[in-house]
Design a protein around this ligand. Structure first.
Ligand code: NDP
Ligand code: 2IT
Length: 448
């Protein structure tokens, strides 16, 4: 075992004892640690300065109470977090997630991966993430507003346009960002770029809503091109039917692929004629309904309960865009048997470790989340630039920068993989390329 490998295992042992109750966080650390040995072999100073030991410990975690009054006049209490993971290359940047499963392990895995994703964008943003176990499902606009106001009353003490800039994630879209921003402004008396994903009326960037989904497809297109393939006439399954999924589907359609399925947390629809994206938008964005409602208006489509990745049907490209570990157990075997040759992660960590290995071993082109879904945060950083300039760019400007960023990320991770002797392993390429920049920034700033 090399000294570098020994060091990696020592740090992993330490973190797995210290955070033994945080399985998702440990999963993200394990996946990352498994690729970076060659960097540490080349640069023993990173070992000597204990960069990994410092990386796995967030600079700061804030946990707080969010009390609010529901429509029945009862007082409810939720728990919220902001993890300010690493600010070596810029202010903390990352989304807020509202979902009943949110806990410290979830925000730490997301914040940890965000460090390297943000580094890959080439823009000056550090890694952060936050969220709450608040469940927006079935809540009225008034309840969501009161919850957001209470959350921001506390969070505003710890964020700022040059310090920490939250955005959306699962359960947090334009409505929630609007309420959060309104409360921040009321308490601070100033308009500034403290949140991204704002409505266009006051500082939002055109193209941010579409950015993660579009960016995912731009990334995938670059990955396919290298393999001599395109989206044209390919059948695609997208999981989820939220922000990322909807705009991924839209771009796949523009590139002449056919999306034959999408899902939500209850089940999925198969529509072999091609998903009617406007109908999905109407159900999920406008009515906040369930994907099962789709078949009432498209009788040729079928609804199934369960996980779309276990469905047996022939298709070529998989774009998981729902949540962590949605691809587990037998799902990877089914995906491979279905004829899939490319999978790119729109969600964060949607593929568990074992499934990732299975897919890569079977020769499936694998686009890791840190690279493939970086388009959202990249356009968030462009929103920060526009806010600082007090300008709004046109859609074409934002979209063309997004395209360039996604193509550059693909090139960077594929070249890095080649350079480090793991050609075609884009997950390793993303980890190494994302890590190198952060590690040397930390090194140059001393022990802080
Ligand atoms: P949304 O809240 O808009 O949509 C989430 C979708 O995923 C919904 O269809 C939801 O179904 C489904 N989903 C959520 N949780 C689960 C679960 N436990 N099991 C099965 N399905 C689930 O979120 P986004 O589209 O913004 O986020 C989707 C993924 O993309 C997340 O992993 C997020 O971290 C990641 N991401 C998001 C970015 C962004 O800019 N928004 C940027 C980069 C990554 P239901 O309606 O039933 O809850
Ligand atoms: O996971 C992610 O990159 C996001 N949810 C977007 C973060 C952001 O700051 O736009």
């Amino acid at each position: 075992m090399s000294d570098a490998k020994k060091y990696i295992e020592e740090v992993y042992q330490e973190v797995s004892e210290r955070d033994s109750y945080q399985p998702e966080f440990l999963q993200a650390v394990r996946e990352f640690f498994d690729s970076i040995e060659p960097v540490l072999v080349l640069h023993p100073e990173l070992v000597q300065q204990n960069i990994l030991g410092r990386l796995v410990e967030p600079e700061r975690i804030i946990q707080f109470r969010v009390p609010w009054v529901n429509d029945q006049g009862e007082v409810e209490v939720n728990r919220a977090f902001r993890v300010q993971f690493n600010s070596a290359i810029g202010p903390y940047k990352g989304g807020m997630r509202f979902h009943p499963t949110v806990n410290q392990s979830i925000v730490k895995f997301l914040g940890f991966e965000q460090i390297f994703k943000n580094s890959l964008t080439g823009l000056p943003i550090g890694g952060g993430k936050g969220g709450s176990d608040f469940n927006p499902r079935g809540k009225s606009d008034g309840e969501v507003m009161r919850f957001c106001q209470s959350l921001m009353t506390e969070l505003q003490k710890y964020i700022g346009p040059d310090m920490d800039v939250p955005a959306g994630d699962i359960g947090v879209g334009a409505r929630e960002i609007g309420y959060l921003y309104g409360q921040y402004k009321k308490l601070n008396g100033s308009h500034n770029g403290v949140l991204t994903g704002k409505p266009l009326l006051y500082g939002g960037s055109i193209g941010r809503t579409e950015a993660t989904g579009f960016g995912l497809v731009y990334f995938t297109k670059a990955m396919l091109k290298d393999a001599g393939k395109t989206f044209k006439h390919q059948k695609v399954i997208v999981s989820g039917s939220g922000n990322v999924a909807i705009y991924a589907m839209e771009k796949v359609k523009e590139y002449e692929g056919t999306v034959i399925a999408c899902s939500d947390s209850d089940g999925y629809i198969i529509d072999e004629a091609g998903i009617d994206i406007e109908l999905v938008k109407d159900i999920k964005e406008k009515r906040r309904g369930r994907i099962s409602e789709y078949v009432a208006q498209r009788p040729e489509a079928k609804y199934f309960e369960g996980n779309v990745w276990n469905h047996k049907i022939n298709y070529q490209i998989a774009l998981p865009c729902a949540t962590q570990n949605e691809i587990f157990g037998e799902a990877a075997d089914t995906i491979i048997a279905n004829g899939v040759y490319a999978l790119a992660e729109g969600a964060n960590m949607p593929t568990d470790l074992e499934s990732t290995k299975k897919l890569q071993k079977a020769g499936v082109l694998f686009g890791p989340a840190k690279a493939a879904n970086a388009g959202g945060v990249a356009v968030s950083a462009l929103e920060m630039s526009q806010n600082s300039q007090r300008l709004s760019w046109e859609f074409e400007e934002v979209d063309s920068q997004l395209k360039t960023i996604m193509k550059t990320i693909y090139r960077q991770i594929s070249e890095t993989a080649k350079e480090y002797g793991v050609e075609g392993d884009f997950a390793a390429g993303a980890n190494i390329a994302g890590f190198t920049k952060v590690a040397f920034a930390m090194l140059s700033q001393g022990v802080v």
